[in-house]
Design a protein around this ligand. Structure first.
Ligand SMILES: [Mg+2]
Ligand SMILES: [Zn+2]
Length: 181
């Protein structure tokens, strides 16, 4: 069977956005239903790519290794449920560094494509910020906005993007995707 890929933002989608940085594993709390949603994706043969902006690294609040500890922590919990996270792509840069990977730029997706020899075009991309939506559209992915995290704010700020698919949370997004596929 041809593998299906899906791109997920992390903060506000998989875990509760603290409106601050997750610098420690104890601050990583799964959003309601998100673990179940990841399991559901796994059962339906989706391979999961996570694309996350973490400027806290270059702000000097945490090292890349520290971020890896946090990501290993939750990826390990998920893998114990039988779900493999194919990769977690992290942008460490601040806005003013003008990197190619800080969303809405698409470098994180390109990195994952290169690393795994895959294409993420036409994949679903679930996020809570307009930068996720812009990144998805720029790369040819199908964006879904969740109301969790910054989602409710993003809905107010979405301007002319009236046709945007909006769901309550990751669980609802996955239900929609799985039923439709
Ligand atoms: Mg987010
Ligand atoms: Zn970057």
């Amino acid at each position: 069977m041809k593998p299906k890929y899906i791109v997920l933002d992390r903060d506000g989608v998989i875990n509760v956005d603290l409106f601050d940085y997750v610098l420690d594993t104890k601050d990583f709390k799964f959003e309601e239903g998100s673990l179940d949603a990841l399991i559901e994706l796994g059962k339906n043969n989706y391979e999961i790519i996570v694309a996350t902006n973490q400027k806290c690294i270059n702000l000097g609040l945490i090292s890349s290794e520290g971020i890896k500890v946090v990501n290993d922590y939750w990826v390990n919990i998920v893998s114990k449920e039988g779900v493999n996270i194919k990769s977690v792509e992290v942008c460490p840069h601040r806005d003013e560094e003008n990197c190619d990977c800080r969303k809405p730029k698409t470098g994180l997706l390109k990195n994952a494509e290169k690393k795994h020899g895959i294409s993420l075009k036409d994949c679903y991309f679930i996020g809570d910020k307009l930068s996720d939506i812009e990144c998805a559209l720029a790369h040819g992915c199908k964006p879904i906005l969740v109301e969790t995290g910054y989602g409710s704010r993003s809905i107010k700020e979405r301007g002319t993007r009236e046709n945007l698919t909006i769901v309550k949370n990751l669980k609802e997004a996955v239900q929609k995707i799985v039923i439709g596929s």
